[in-house]
Structure formats: C-alpha cells, structure tokens
Design a protein around this ligand. Structure first.
Ligand code: ZN
Ligand code: ZN
Length: 552
C-alpha cells in the first residue's frame, strides 16, 4: 500500500465559523491523524435558545487511537471554541502558543477539567514533531495576539496551513509577518496552501493597526466629554491603542465587561501590555471629570449580555453615559448582526450620545487578508496548489478564480467532509467523503438540529402553547379539565371559548373507554387534534398542545 497525505475539513469550508481541519498521513492500514483548530459558530435567531454550534467530530472520534493531537493556530472562538466540548471524547495532546494556551486553560478550568498534562505550550516560531508531521509555527499578523500559520512538512512535501492572517506592516504588538521565513518555506516547494478566504472580495490591503491608532487618537482628542470605545476584547493591539490614546489625551481608562478583563489579564500574564497605564475600576471612574475618562467596553456586536447593551439601556451598575458623550464602535458589523446593532445605535443616538462607527470614520481594520495581501503571500510561498478554506462557498469560489489569475498551477474547491488527497505535483483530488454535521449546544446538552427540544421550542415560539390536564377518577368519571394557554392572541380567549374546549374534551373522552390504558395514547392524540382545530378556527393559531392525564 502506498502512503498518502490527506486533508479533510470538518468545519469552516462553506461557512464562516467553526473551523476544524484534519490532516492524515500513511497507508490505509496505518494512518496517523492531526486536528488543526476546533472552533464554534454563534447561532442566529432562527434557532431559539441555541447559542453555540460546533462541528460533529464523530469521524475523528472513531479514529482517536490514531490521533496525534490538536494543533491550534490562534485563540479566536471560531478556532478554539469547541475544544472543551469535543476534547473529552478525544483526550489527546493539545499544542498552542502561550496566549492561546492561557485562554484554553481557562476554558477547561471553567468546565472543571484539569488539562495540564495534555496542554503543550509551543514557543512562537518554533517546531514540533508529531509522527510524520513536522510542524513549524510561523507568526503571522491578524486581529489577535499570536496568530500562527503552520508549515507542515510530510514525507510527500510541505503544506502551508495559513490560519487567519493579513499582512500588517505595523501590528503594534507581536512581530510583523516574517517574509524571509515564508520565502524560505516557499523555497522548499509548498505542495499546497490551505488558505483563509474571508476577505477575497476586498481589493487593496486590509490595513494596519497603527493607522487605526492614529485615526482614533485624532478623533478622541477632539472629544470634550466621556468617550466609550467598544471593540473585540481579543484584539489586544486595539486594546493597547486605547491605553495609549488614554495616556496621550490625559484620560484614565476603565475596562468594562468580563471578556475585556479576561483578555487583559491573559495578555499581561504572557508578557504583553507591559507599558500601559493602570486601568481604573469602573466604580471609581464614575467619580472623575467627564473629560478625563475612556471606557473600553465589550458588546461591539450588540450582544444582549455585552457591556455596551446594558449601558445603552441604562441598566449598567457602574457606567452612566449622558448627552454629549461619545461611543466609538471600533469594530466591523459581522454580517447577520446588522439589525441588532442598528437598534442599539438608534437607542444611543436617541439619548443624544454621539455614535462613531466605521460607516462615518476610520476606526477599524479587518484582520483578514485582502487581495493585495493574498498576492504577497502567493509571491513569497509560491504554492503549487491553493485550497481555499475559511469562507462561504462564494468566498472560496472567488479565491479559486483569484488563484488562477495569479497563475497558481492547481487549485481545488472543497467543502466540509471532503477527503482530499494532496500529491507532490498533481492536481489534488477528492477521494472520499467523511460524515459531517453540526452539533447544537442546548443549555449544557449537545443535540442535533433534529432534536425534539429545538423542534418543540421553535413550534411553541411560533404557535403558542395549549396545556390540558385531564383528571380521570378510578370509577371512570372525568373531572373538569384544566386548560391553560401561553402565547395565544388573547382577544379570542373568552370564557365561552374555554367552555367549547372543555365540551370537546369531555365529548372525546366519552367516546373512549377512558379506563382502558391501551387507549390512552389514542385518547390524548384525539383530544390534541380536536382542541387544536377549535383554537385554529377561533384564532388562526395551531398551538403546540400538551395533554397530561392524571388518574386518581
Ligand atoms: Zn477565523
Ligand atoms: Zn481569527
């Protein structure tokens, strides 16, 4: 049997979010596997009560005996968010650079799992050996500390897995993109580059954190009252910029929101943010003059529990903004969040607080490669083949066209589950399909999309709930049924309407031998059917109906 190199995305190819990729090397009988990243995606309002979604890892869980470990590129939730949920079924080693490792450790701590013996901290720009995979971590630039590309050397050749990246000439924290190292990797002959596609539609360059800092400094220098900046907590360069601006505009800074404190602490712990001024507790920030304070706050996407939402709704215990203050959204609007975010901004504007966003000022740059950044990477690495990932289908298709334009010899459009054979100098091919799917975290329980809990909640949220309790005495007599409604338009719920339902229920019971247990399911189904019919006639709604039978 011939040894071969395989790549298989289980999440993140055909969607933005929940990135999870597999590599394998060996013969069919003796294959060693590697996982790169384990992310989540956030659910939208179409699935009530679900916050987190992550890839179904069943395919690799079955192969856990041959799994060499999980390698994490960086600490964004779409790359590490599902590790605490999936890892207990794998119990393998996890490899991450220091900042990512600190955040991972915290996640496991919250779940009361001791990960110390499994978590291996990898120094920046260093190498690890995992069986047939020699992995070289390459520091890139992105919108978080320590974004790593992975140069994976195998007996077949080198694959460059970029992770999320852009070319930031002035990242402010961390090193610039190591062009020399990338060129050296390219010299060895990269047989495939598995590459971020997020910004492939955007011309020019993604831009630099330094430019954002300068622009924000100008904007904030002109403010006369309180300033609140909201951004992603994980963007530590942005955080450092706000500290820098506070110092240079003679303001104090106060961090608001749990994740802002969490990231600040983690960054400090890893030796970053060494020279920044000491932040003030929000309770003390209240006491200083308006022109002397900047808040840096979570909730830039309008998250209901985010700090900003509570401030806008005037329910935050420590931060009160008022007319004349300014809120700067130093962030982009993630597609899908527009409605929520505009509602929040309207609320703020109505209170006469100024709103500055990327729509009316230069306050944000993206962390992903625009087309000119991609061109640079192609030029340095000279890959034989491009396999786009980290994008919806439209991004990945555009990325293929772009690769063709750039004269890359081979390319392949993939989707979750494709098992791709990567060879030295041939077009890669999809040779098989792994089972894939999504797991929905419903409270603490992982369920599939066809789970009863989700279906019932959707049904109740649209149609309302009708609850009937039937009390059957052992002599076969039936007590007056107890009927209650939730979420049904009220005008129609008159007493006579309730009588109609009661009549219907009693009538149905009489047509059954109610003391015959074998008939109970039939009886319940018939009551459900008849009652829903009455409610539909009166209100136009067919409520989710529950019938309880109590026997006395
Ligand atoms: Zn990502
Ligand atoms: Zn990222």
């Amino acid at each position: 049997m011939k040894e071969e190199l395989l790549f298989c995305p289980l999440g993140g190819s055909g969607e933005i979010g929940m990135n999870m990729n597999l590599y394998a090397y060996g013969t069919e009988e003796n294959q060693k596997w590697l996982i790169v990243d384990m992310g989540i995606t956030f659910a939208d309002d179409s699935i009530p009560g679900i916050d987190l979604i992550y890839p179904d890892a069943g395919f690799i869980i079955e192969k856990k005996e041959d799994l060499l470990g999980i390698v994490l590129t960086h600490a964004h939730e779409d790359h590490i968010g599902s590790i605490v949920h999936i890892w207990p079924k794998l119990k393998c080693k996890i490899y991450a650079t220091p900042f990512t490792a600190v955040l991972i450790q915290e996640k496991f701590k919250e779940k009361k799992i001791d990960i110390t013996n499994y978590l291996k901290i990898v120094a920046l720009n260093s190498k690890i050996d995992l069986g047939p995979f020699k992995i070289d971590f390459v520091t890139l630039t992105h919108s978080i500390l320590e974004p790593n590309g992975l140069s994976i050397t195998t007996p077949v050749g080198v694959v460059l897995h970029t992770g999320d990246w852009k070319v930031d000439p002035n990242p402010l924290i961390g090193n610039k993109v190591d062009e020399k190292k990338l060129r050296a990797i390219g010299e060895k002959g990269v047989i495939a580059m598995i590459c971020d596609s997020t910004n492939v539609f955007s011309p020019g360059r993604a831009g630099s954190e330094q430019d954002v800092r300068e622009s924000l400094l100008k904007i904030i220098s002109n403010q006369k009252k309180r300033v609140l900046v909201t951004s992603f907590a994980s963007n530590v360069a942005r955080m450092e910029s706000i500290f820098y601006i506070a110092k240079h505009t003679k303001r104090k800074i106060s961090l608001v929101g749990r994740s802002m404190h969490r990231i600040y602490k983690a960054a400090k712990q890893c030796g970053y943010l060494k020279d920044v001024i000491e932040p003030l507790d929000p309770r003390d920030a209240n006491k200083i003059p308006k022109e002397n304070i900047i808040y840096l706050c979570t909730g830039s996407q309008g998250e209901p529990m985010g700090g900003l939402n509570r401030i806008a709704n005037e329910i935050h215990p420590d931060v009160n903004l008022e007319s004349g203050d300014t809120i700067i959204f130093s962030s982009k609007i993630i597609p899908g969040n527009e409605k929520k975010l505009y509602a929040l901004q309207n609320l703020i504007v109505k209170r006469d607080i100024e709103v500055i966003t990327e729509e009316n000022a230069f306050v944000h740059v993206s962390g992903h490669a625009n087309r000119d950044d991609l061109k640079d990477m192609y030029k340095w690495v000279k890959p034989r083949c491009i396999i786009p990932v980290h994008g919806e289908h439209r991004h990945m298709k555009e990325h293929i066209s772009f690769a063709k334009e750039m004269q890359i010899p081979f390319n392949l459009k993939v989707e979750n589950g494709d098992i791709i054979k990567i060879s030295k100098d041939q077009q890669p091919e999809i040779i098989d399909k792994a089972p894939t799917g999504k797991i929905y975290l419903d409270g603490k329980i992982a369920v599939g999309l066809d789970s009863l809990s989700i279906k019932e909640r959707k049904n109740i949220s649209i149609n309302g709930l009708l609850e009937i309790t039937l009390i059957i005495l052992n002599n076969g007599k039936i007590k007056k049924p107890i009927i209650s409604f939730r979420g049904i338009p009220e005008e129609e719920l008159s007493e006579t309407f309730k009588f109609d339902l009661e009549d219907q229920i009693i009538k149905t019971c009489k047509s059954f031998a109610v003391n015959n247990f074998n008939q109970e399911k039939n009886l319940i189904d018939t009551i459900k059917h008849n009652c829903r019919k009455i409610v539909k006639e009166k209100t136009g709604k067919r409520p989710f109906t529950n019938v309880n039978v109590a026997r006395i």
